[in-house]
Design a protein around this ligand. Sequence first.
Ligand code: SF4
Ligand code: SF4
Length: 314
Amino acid sequence: MTLSGNKTSASGYVFDIQGLSVHDGPGCRTLIFLNGCTLNCHWCSNPEGISLQQSLMYSPLKCIGDGNCITSCLHNAIHLEKDKLVISREICDQCKTPTCVNDCYTNALQLSGYEISASRIYEIIQRDRQFWGRDGGITLTGGEPLLQIDFAKEILSACYDAYIHTAIETCGNIPWDNFKKVLPFIDWIFFDLKHMNNSVHKRGTGGENTLILKNAKQLSKEFEGRLIFRIPIIPNFNDSQENIEEVISFIKETGRKEINILPLHHLGREKYERLNKKYLASKYPVPTIDQLKKIEKVFRDSGIDCYVDSETPF
Ligand code: SF4
Ligand code: SF4
């Protein structure tokens, strides 16, 4: 018998599980990073999590050029061009037999993302639980954790039944039905608002904000737990006074009153190189503490509780 009482436990793809985190919810937590996202934000620090399954990552600095991967790839997805290894991503992304990784002795090739059952995740959670202390719990993040909805639901409902605090971090760009399936099992939601103008939102994230704003309003009405909006502060993209004022009006309209502002960082840049993806966020500077404090003050002056970075009072 498994978590849900079914014969088989749902399984899904995750690209990381981090125990003992002190961010993204109260106390000490286990963060579970689920694969797949419906947006493609320029500044995403987890680009390896955008694909619904696994991604091959290549580190040229570790590569000794022996060409083992070229001969071991059954799909002819790797070749040399001017002495550089080139991976044909359209072939590689479909691969179910990544022999290249096994034959790369220097770990220059690694897979990000693996399939795991919800029951195995629950075992890991139970193992971590003894180290959380009085508070603590789990946070599903990603990627967009509610894309793999059956998998997410099984983890969340099992934790909820075991009195484990549950939180999710969502981009909001998913069908309302996905939210509905898991709302009874969630204590906290961190909900991203990236830009209030639809065309600017689309330019920076690859997706429209229409469904996101609709879901935010609906959640504000139907979700009984704590809903904290989040904005990644991206200078020259969403930090204008006009956008911040629109965010304030929107939050007031929802009746909620909390926002967490997170500074842009460029720590994920190296992963883009490993995925052969272009990092489009270089053009945005990292916000200074002064800039963040000014934005915090604008929110607070308008009656919204604003927390900077990991200052959220839990
Ligand atoms: S993951 Fe598969 S398709 Fe991609 S390079 Fe390796 S063996 Fe070839
Ligand atoms: S097997 Fe690894 S070290 Fe050898 S060429 Fe391929 S990536 Fe480089």
